[in-house]
Structures are given as C-alpha cells and as structure tokens.
Design a protein around this ligand. Structure first.
Ligand code: ADP
Ligand code: MG
Length: 399
C-alpha cells in the first residue's frame, strides 16, 4: 500500500526525522492560508500523487510570495500529471502539500528496501541524490552504497557511520545523518514497510539534515497490524479493480492486456500469465482466487475481470486441490446469471471433482463457455478468441 508524501512526512517526523513545516491543501485558498504562516521566503507547492518524478513534470513549484502560491496551486490542482512513474495516462492531482522552502546545500539519496536474494533489509545511499537518481543507478551504480542488515541484530552504528563516510557528509552533520538512517530503519521495521525513501535527503546551509521528499510503501499482508496506516488509504489513487479484489480476498494485479485469467494458486497463476505470453497474447491480469473459493467469490472475480473494457477473453485455469472444480463451475454459471458473460470464457478444470465441474458447465449450456482439457490448449484458444473479438470490436468502431 502506498501513501502520500505529506502523510509519509508526518510518520517520519514521529520517528525523529526532520521535515519541512507544511500541511496538505485541497484548494488554492487553503494553500495560501498555509503559506502565510511560513517563516521562510520561499514556499513549495507540491502535487500529491502516488508516484514520483513530479519535479520534472511540473508538479513541484517554488513560490516567492502568496500570489505565486495561489497561482501554482491553481495550476497544479485538477491537472493530470504525467511522470515517468505514472504511465502515459498520468494521475489526477486532487491534493497539494504546501511547505517551507529549504535552503539546500546538497541533495542525497537514502532508502531502505527488502533484498530478496539475501532476504535482508538493505540500506542504500548516494551522494548523487535528487531528481537524477534513476540515471545514477543505471549509469554509475558504484555511486550507490549499500549496507545489508542482519535481521537478528538490526542496523548497527558502524554501518550508519560507514554510509555517512561513503556519502561524504561533512563532519558537522555526520551524527545527524547517522541518526536519520537509524530513525528511518526503525520506522521501516516497526511499520512493516516494503520501501522507505528520502530522495532527496538534504543538508541545508544551516547544517540541518532533512527529508525533502518522503516515500513509504507498506506490506499489504501486514496492514491488518496497522489500522493507523490503513486509515491513510486514498482510494482515488488506487486501481478500482485491485481495490474490489482486495475486498473480496482475491489476489489481483492489473497487467493491462486483453486476455484475463482466473487461477488458483500463485504459482499456477504466474505460469498462466507466462503461457498466455508464450502463445502471443497479453495477459490482462494476475488473479489468484486462493484455496477457499465460493460460488460468490468466483462470480465477483468475473465481475472484476469483465469491468476492464480491454478484456477480450477469460481463461479459467483451475487445478483443483482444496478448491473443487464443481464450485468453480458453479461460480462460472452464477457469473453468467448475475453479471453476464461478455467475452468468451475458456475453462480448463482439472483435479478435485473435475467430472462434476465439467458436467455442471455442460448442462448449463452457456454459448460463451468453451471447456478444454489441457492448459496449453486453453491458453492457445484464449489468445485466439481474444484476438478475434478485438478485431471484431475494431471493425465495429470503424464502421
Ligand atoms: P519528485 O521526486 O516527485 O520529483 P521531490 O519532492 O523530490 O519530488 O521534489 C523535487 C525537487 O524539488 C527536489 O529534488 C528538491 O530539489 C526540490 N524541493 C522539494 N521540496 C523542497 C523544499 N521543501 N524546499 C526546497 N526545495 C525542494
Ligand atoms: Mg523526490
């Protein structure tokens, strides 16, 4: 789960990290009211969307007086911001952060993520922080320093010291930089983050160490332990399909293609995405219905998949274990009744109760449903039928 920069800054502040004074604003008037109380000659107006790269896209503006604050706020609010992290469709800006401008001496990068290879949290730092960090990572990877953290011991002072020296912080701020690393690590672990990042972390001309940008992401599987984080959710920023799926306990990821799939088990779901690609198709989603399917859950999965206008076929690929094929078949029949089948459905049901499942489908006599025996056969047919429907739709549009 992602949250906004201003929310991440509030949490960082609770952990002892310095952040600029500021508040969220939903209108130019509110932005102006906030900036009136600032002590600094510059106020910064920042688009709040769940994506980075805002600076380069015009979503971060420095204002020198209240009129400018109002002007920039009115320019940014309601605008669709396209950054290298939003995808071409961009994201609508509904909120701003208005904060005091810092007198920056130098920008650094500091971040924590989980390294899958070592199964450890890794702290990453660079003295080349700021808006070009992706370029640094691609072209000068040796400028990014890493400290792997033993989970049984936690981040050690020698590691924060080594990082501070590698990043060449000046003597006056070394202790502050080390403290900031420790604070951010504590936050990362206690709040079950998957990412905690300050880019830039800055040293100011008056020797403060501050997070000027703040990004936190949380492990969805651990959100139940943090109702205070769940309360920060901004549904406007999330894919409605992914949101509906989470509510129905379905594990769904939108992939943007036209062949939808519904599978039981994450491994088989990954293999299904792969095999759709193998036959030349583009998977619309990853969807694991889990092991405790009910007829209602399957019908909801259909509703979600079909709410994606791009979808041109649905490949149901079930290897029944705990899940029973008759329940899945019942779910398909229920979906046909309740939500209607708008695109061809290719059903491969194998494993527990598959005879019963196939019988239910046969007796329901649904013209949109094609039963197949093998996964390969199903994937190939799903790709073929999707291509046919897509061509038909294109023709329809042209006519
Ligand atoms: P993004 O990463 O989405 O582009 P940032 O919050 O990192 O957005 O802002 C981009 C740049 O704007 C920063 O690298 C920094 O140079 C400048 N900036 C951001 N906030 C402030 C601030 N409070 N004071 C001064 N400069 C800022
Ligand atoms: Mg940034």
């Amino acid at each position: 789960m992602k949250i906004h920069e201003y929310q991440a800054k509030q949490i960082m502040k609770m952990y002892g990290i310095s952040v600029p004074n500021g508040s969220p604003a939903f209108s130019p008037e509110e932005a102006a009211r906030i900036a009136k109380d600032f002590d600094t000659p510059i106020a910064v107006v920042k688009a709040q969307i769940h994506a980075g790269g805002r600076g380069k896209a015009g979503g971060v503006k420095l204002a020198h007086n209240i009129d400018e604050v109002k002007y920039y706020a009115s320019q940014i609010l309601g605008k669709v911001l396209v950054t290298h992290q939003t995808g071409p469709e961009g994201k609508m800006v509904n909120r701003l952060l208005v904060e005091e401008g810092s007198n920056i001496e130098k920008e650094y990068y500091l971040g924590f993520v989980i390294d899958r290879e070592t199964a450890q949290v890794v702290m990453m730092g660079s003295s080349e922080g700021g808006m070009e960090i992706e370029k640094v990572a691609a072209e000068m990877p040796d400028r990014i320093f890493k400290e792997y953290i033993d989970p049984t011991i936690g981040l050690m002072p020698f590691q924060t010291k080594r990082m501070a020296y590698n990043l060449k912080f000046k003597d006056k701020v070394i202790a502050k930089a080390q403290k900031c690393m420790m604070d951010l690590y504590n936050l990362f672990v206690e709040k079950d983050c998957t990412l905690a990042e300050c880019n830039p972390l800055v040293v100011t001309v008056d020797n403060k160490v501050m997070a000027l940008d703040a990004k936190l992401q949380f492990d969805d599987a651990a959100i139940f332990r943090h109702p205070e984080i769940e309360a920060l959710r901004d549904e406007a920023e999330e894919d409605p399909k992914e949101r509906a799926a989470a509510k129905a306990s379905l594990s769904y990821v939108n992939l943007g293609g036209d062949v939808a799939c519904m599978v039981n088990g994450a491994g088989l779901a990954m293999a299904t995405v792969d095999i759709i690609k193998f036959y030349g198709g583009e998977p619309a989603n990853f969807l694991d219905v889990g092991g405790d399917s009910t007829v209602e859950k399957i019908a909801e999965a259909f509703r979600i998949m079909q709410s994606d206008d791009q979808v041109c076929s649905v490949f149901v690929n079930i290897f029944g274990g705990i899940n029973k094929c008759d329940v899945i078949a019942g779910g398909i029949v229920e979906a046909a009744k309740v939500v209607g089948l708008k695109v061809p459905v290719i059903a491969r049901l194998d494993g527990t109760n598959h005879e019963e499942g196939r019988r239910i489908l046969k007796e329901a006599n649904l013209p949109m449903v094609h039963a197949v025996q093998k996964m390969e056969e199903g994937a190939e047919l799903a790709v073929k039928l999707a291509a046919e429907l897509k061509a038909k739709r294109a023709e329809g549009k042209e006519a």
